[in-house]
Design a protein around this ligand. Sequence first.
Ligand SMILES: [Zn+2]
Ligand SMILES: [Zn+2]
Length: 458
Amino acid sequence: MTPDESDFWFLPLGGTGEIGMNLNLYGHNGRWLMVDCGVTFESGTDVDGEPILGARAHVQMADPQFITDRKDKLDGLIITHAHEDHIGAVPYLWERFQCPIYTTAYTAEILRRKLQEAGLTEKVPVHVVDADTELDVGVFHLQWVRLTHSIPEPFGLVISTPAGRVFHTADWKLDAAPVLGERYQAQDYQALAELDIDAMVCDSTNADVPGWSASEASLYKGLKHHVEQASGRVVVTCFGSNIARLRTIADIAQETGRHLGLLGRSLINTYTAAKRTGFWSSVETFVDPHHLGYLPKQTVLLVATGSQGEPRTALNRLSHNSFRDMQLEPGDTVIFSSKVIPGNEAAIEALIERLKAMQIDVITEDNSRMPIHASGHPAMDELKAMYEWVKPRCSIPVHGEFHHLRANARVAKSVGVPEQLEGKNGDMYFIAPVRGIRRGAVKTGRLGLINNKLKKLF
Ligand SMILES: [Zn+2]
Ligand SMILES: [Zn+2]
């Protein structure tokens, strides 16, 4: 299948009909553009929370075969932001299509670290983009669109060709107080209506959640309350990439007179990347993990990765009493400043049960009276506002399971977006000249990392 000069096509190979491993392609005039190249983490634990060794691939990604076969026609890869489901597969897959990568400074910093680990730094051309500058990548004209999300530098893209124009939102919410970075500006999106957007390819993660997502700044109160109530150590577990959340917790540590410690490689990695790119300006001293065991327990506040019950994380080790530098004791508190990602329910439940058996106070979204986690994705009223501002001719829901895509399409329809195209990975979405879908146009599959080797799973 090859798009001609009057065609503008969209082809998701991953992330549409599922949460995770986003890999999107746009086609025009014989050329292709890739947007994001991410992974999915299977929690890799059985119902008792014990790691399953070798049986399943912990890291999975979309099979890029379609574009590998056409790599000479691929103009570039754009990474919208540094979440693993958008960036994580680059070190594993890049050699298969070998195109230039374009992204903004913070995301480039995270990518650089990944490429370094994979020994690819010298090989991969990464172009750092100034988000205020428009750019031609092959036959595609690109404009970065500022958004708010749960990571530094989240961007959407306006992708223009002579045949048509798309607003690819990537991940977003409308946060009036995001803690880190600027608040959202409605006029940025109202201006897109002037551009005559043919299709809005839009985040569906929370499309079935009524209302408006909580602001990142609103969590300060609840988190501080729980830390103040705690008599022993406090461990807050959150997503390792959420620098704004870390900022809030660091402030609370200082105000409550506790020493702050970071546990988990991904957390330390994102913190240093944030520091290097100017997203973390204050001077914090983090406790050396070796000293944790010697500090009075009521003076300790730890941030740890592992909120999804992942086996190789600090929190999991703490729950097994196998963390080298410290052991939790009865009366200590663990706060889950996170949500359950679908698929991880059993692993998280097992983790919480282990903590409770150690007589740890466990605080989750469910038993906290105040909000302690804010989603980075738009709920219904945010979707409505965005559709009304941008006024696309058509909505293409992505980034979600089928019920999320359906809910997003319903919201679009309810605010007068004339058309909705609902499909899944491997469907060819025709945006121009005539809108429609060819279902199952491209064979899709999944690759997984088993014993550090990339294997085809199906
Ligand atoms: Zn995402
Ligand atoms: Zn994201």
